[in-house]
Design a protein around this ligand. Structure first.
Ligand code: SF4
Length: 512
């Protein structure tokens, strides 16, 4: 065998050794019902055609590679953003292993989350016992200040009642009566991770605010929504609020838990919105959400308690950041400081410097509804065309808003929004109406390989590149980061297409 303790090969090289090549060839021949190569090629070519696209878009009974995750993932995101809070999913262990690994692979940090370990017996008889034992174990082992409960598919299919179960568990002494245990039902078979975010956040706000008297003050609540760049973005938001001199509370801030220092100490909990801040946030004069479609119910609840609500759509770039800062200025009564105005000018300057290279480039993009809205707006600001904009978890309201946005600019002409479609639909779009670049998460690398469309990794999750989440994409600074990321890929492409000596290298330039 090629593998031996004296020379350990990693998977890149190991599976290229002759014995593995032979084994894989035999496996294909003997067990995989091999189809002739010509037939595979024929079908592959047919699946690139307009005829196939029409069949693909007529498909109703199956989803292939949806660009979304299930509700509890969003609920876990929310829980991580509160001080000393342990996410607790009432359901099976495998689901929770997925949430933990999904976040850990993206943020390159451990993500703590427990389950009530429901198995077959709980699926038949209900999961009350699992809740009672699970809360008791979680509390005594991990000593949280708050346990935020959500549900996986299994608990929702059998209809477990979280409110009654948690009351019951408290009565039986699993956790102290006074321990904060907010909850949200997060059925994974409807909505997506953004719905789960919304339900979980509303659950926490309801737990702390319902039935309490509101004494309005001048503070502003800020909700970021489900965001893969939360580490860099929330620090940028804090910086902008501080420069504005406005008093604010960030509701749900996981930026420290997903960015703990290496200093020999494991921090299961770090930072987060304190429980005291969360209680007092009821009194804020307004709540600003950076992701309207991700926080519909939470914002509805904020409005119900009497707060003014400002719903934005993942603002990226100049106009988006302007709208945010003007909103904060109006709400706080403070002017936008010169330092931020200068940052705006610098972003505009950078956009102008590079506009010759990005102007007229055609993009396809996919992701969450608010992200795609903000990103499409920024692309048009740059003079680029967001030709295909796809959100698997986008609905008709997103489609209407997106279509209006595209119609508002000459760069949106001929561009379309695709709600409820998946990445197999995107494949058909890329083959039949090709674009220059694709923007999306790591899963887009298969589309890049398949269709030859260069992928610019922006979104969630990013598993195969490191540390992107540390850099903001919000605010003028964030716009600059994104501009550089997009330009780098454009220039790499220029270089790749011009590097053949004596053939194309008359354009293989040092200066771009
Ligand atoms: S879809 Fe259902 S089974 Fe799958 S991870 Fe989500 S909750 Fe678990």
């Amino acid at each position: 065998m090629a593998q031996n303790p004296g020379e350990v090969l990693d998977h890149f090289n190991l599976f290229r050794q002759p014995e593995y090549v032979e084994m894989l060839t035999n496996k294909k021949k003997n067990f995989e019902n091999p189809i002739p190569v010509e037939e595979v090629e024929r079908v592959r070519d047919w699946a690139k055609t307009q005829e196939y696209r029409e069949k693909n878009f007529a498909r109703t009974a199956v989803t292939i590679n949806p660009a979304k995750a299930c509700q509890p993932l969003g609920a876990v995101f929310v829980a991580v953003g509160f001080e000393g809070t342990l996410p607790f999913v009432h359901g099976s262990q495998g689901c929770v292993a997925y949430y933990r690994s999904h976040f850990s692979r993206h943020f390159k940090e451990p993500t703590s989350c427990v389950s009530s370990s429901m198995t077959e017996d709980a699926a038949v008889f209900g999961g009350l016992k699992n809740m009672i034992d699970g809360l008791a174990n979680a509390y005594s082992l991990y000593k949280p200040k708050m346990i935020a409960v959500s549900t996986s598919c299994m608990a929702e299919v059998i209809g477990d009642d979280l409110n009654a179960f948690i009351k019951n568990a408290k009565e039986q002494g699993s956790v102290p009566q006074e321990l904060d245990v907010p909850f949200a039902h997060t059925p994974a078979f409807v909505g997506s991770h953004v719905t789960g975010y919304d339900n979980a956040l509303k659950g926490i706000l309801t737990h702390f605010w319902q039935g309490k008297e509101r004494v309005p003050n001048e503070k502003i609540n800020f909700i970021g929504g489900f965001d893969g760049y939360v580490v860099g973005n929330l620090r940028e938001i804090r910086r902008m609020f501080d420069l504005m001199g406005a008093a604010y509370t960030i509701l749900c801030d996981p930026s420290d838990t997903w960015d703990t220092p290496t200093d020999g100490q494991f921090r299961m909990y770090d930072g987060g919105t304190t429980l005291e801040e969360t209680k007092l946030a009821l009194n804020a004069k307004a709540t600003v959400s950076f992701q309207e479609f991700c926080t519909e119910k939470s914002l509805g609840f904020c409005a119900e308690v009497g707060q003014e609500v400002l719903a934005l759509n993942h603002p990226i770039g100049v106009a988006g950041t302007d709208k945010f800062l003007m909103g904060i200025s109006r709400l706080s009564g403070k002017p936008i400081p010169e330092s931020l105005t200068r940052e705006r000018g610098r972003l505009l300057d950078a956009m102008a410097d590079s506009s010759a290279h990005i102007h007229g480039k055609r993009f396809a993009l996919y992701g969450d509804p608010d992200f795609t809205y903000g990103m499409a707006g920024f692309l048009m600001e740059l003079g680029a065309e967001p030709v295909h904009v796809l959100a698997t978890n986008g609905g008709s309201a997103w489609e209407t808003k997106m279509t209006e946005l595209l119609a508002s600019s000459p760069f949106g002409k001929g561009c379309h929004a695709y709600p409820g479609k998946d990445l197999w639909h995107m494949r058909s779009l890329l083959f039949t109406e090709p674009v220059d670049f694709l923007i999306g998460n790591t899963y887009g690398k298969y589309l890049e390989r398949d269709t030859g469309t260069p992928l610019i990794r922006i979104g969630f999750p990013i598993f195969d590149r490191h540390h992107h989440h540390r850099y903001p994409i919000w605010g003028y600074q964030g716009g600059l980061n994104l501009l550089v990321k997009i330009l780098d890929r454009i220039f790499e492409d220029f270089d790749r297409n011009t590097n053949v000596p004596a053939k194309s290298d008359y354009s293989y330039d040092i200066i771009r």
